[in-house]
Design a protein around this ligand. Sequence first.
Ligand SMILES: [Zn+2]
Length: 659
Amino acid sequence: MTQKIDTLFTNALVLTMDKKLNQYFPGAVAVKDDSIAAVGPEADIKKEYTAKETIDCGANILMPGLINAHTHVPMTLLRGLADDLRLDVWLMGYVLPVEREFVSPEFVRLGTRLACAEQIRGGITTFNDMYYFEDDIAQATSEAGLRAICSQTVMKYPTPDAAAFEDSLARAREFIKKWKGHPLIVPAVAPHAPYSCTPEILKACAKLAIEFDAPLHIHIAETSFEVETMRNENDMPVIPYIKKQGMLEAKVIAAHCVHIDRGEMQTLLHAKAGVAHNPSSNLKLASGFAPVQKMLETGLNVGIGTDGPASNNDLDMFEEVRLASFIAKAASSNPTAVPAAVALTMATRMGAQALHLEHLTGSLEAGKRADLIVVHSGPLHNSPSFQRDPNSAYAQIVYASHSTDVSDVMVNGKWLMRAHKLLTLNEEELLAKARETAKRIDAFLIAREQSVLLKLIALGGSMEQESFEVQAKVRLAEADRVVREMHRSEIRIIRNVRYRQHDTYFSFADLDEGRLRYREDDFLDDKGRVTNTRARLTLIGAKREDKMAHDVLLSRSRFLAPATQGLRFYREYFKPAVETSVTKDRRRWLVKYKDTEFFVNLDEMIEPALGHFLEIKSRTWSRKDAEHKTELVNELINLLGAGNGEIVTKDYIEIVKPG
Ligand SMILES: [Zn+2]
């Protein structure tokens, strides 16, 4: 009596990718319902099973589907949006502003469908995702028929799906509850990274993951900058830090781990954490070379991932597997490092182990789910084949096969692609919708790129507030006199500070854009030591003349924003035509004169060395008030003994300030 099954794959070179790396040729795989019933030599299997459908694999390769251990699938819609930039400019300047504007449940569903289509075509049967609106991603993925860990992102910043981290935590809890036990989807929580989460968030995510026995997906030690900052701020590297937050009690999937040491690898091993290595992303963002060989020697389960399609830019695991092997060889000057069989194991069985899914998928073994692919082994770029050494088959897949050689894909016992035709997704329709979305994003960025102001707003993305200011600046022959006259009885000093100001002005080809000033204030104590530093950005509009009483004042608009990034970031983001730098020593008094508050600045221009200047300014709310204050500014200039100094500017300034 033979057993009845659904599908019998015959005439295949079966690469089981099991622990012994068993191969069968001609081999067969029996599939019943959602699972693999048997794997072995074709003659044996045929004797035991009769199938509703028999598939002749044409002597091609039959193997487990590939496992993409780390990605952000909806970012297919941001593929090629901005490239060849540093991580911060790419992220803060482009990705985050576009995500704030466009990411919605509909957006992530479309992006996920596109990614599923691409991944099915490339032989990927399981992926590990991290993004927003993960409930919609899970829905679109399960409809496409792929297996996935879907991880709901939590971080300290507002995200497209949550105004605060408490909301995203609540969202993650609901999401995990809803999808727990689904045949294809494993719900998980993803605290984005140690640097983008507070210790409180990290602890709460760990608690949530443990409560539901859900995986915890996180970016770890991607850049050396991250590790340096962690050491400076917490006196320890990244892995001990997340351990301190109780994270290693959960089923951790640590993406990247580019900059971790042997001790940290041991800690991860003890915690049974999985690692997701992302070769293309690490290369493209110049993050460094992950110590893959050392992690494998330690005994860690290292899977391979594409990372998001905005930093790769495709979801091609054949390329990733090849790079994983090549990079390990090049980085260790050892051509025997990460051989083909190991690289392919990382992308299959070990990848499943890294994702804590080894009981379900990753190899062709009886009892596991039927997640398998057929890879054509005879195209021009992959011929001929050798039989002498079983490693030849792995070398063929890893070093020569293309993702387009995948002809058939089955997940959980269901066909997703037959003879290169997608069965669960309409490719033409998806592509048309993707083009439509790209057009809208393009229009948004084109409009923004035309104006320095809009680019500045895109960074802050917050409220605007207007105010006005009168200001006069006088060149001084003698600075000491101003300091003495400040103590006159008519002037009451409220407070005074001294600082060293470094200003960098960005000018643009279009003079109407005005100038953007990046200012760093080093606050100095009595002995001239720096006690504190702050940085601000000011967009100074082009000058307009304005007659006010008997003074001709210059009017310009100003836009203020806190500078949360360094000068290098703004230089690469705004791309100024000309850049000039000024350093001055500033003594600043806040004074009251005739019941009105004024700022009095006494500046010594150090670089370039231009001598001393007196600057007096006051906030104002109406034109009438501005006229009155202009009178008072003139009086103050005279009181401080600077009346015969050359007046450099008198400005009436409109100030716009994002909250
Ligand atoms: Zn990532």
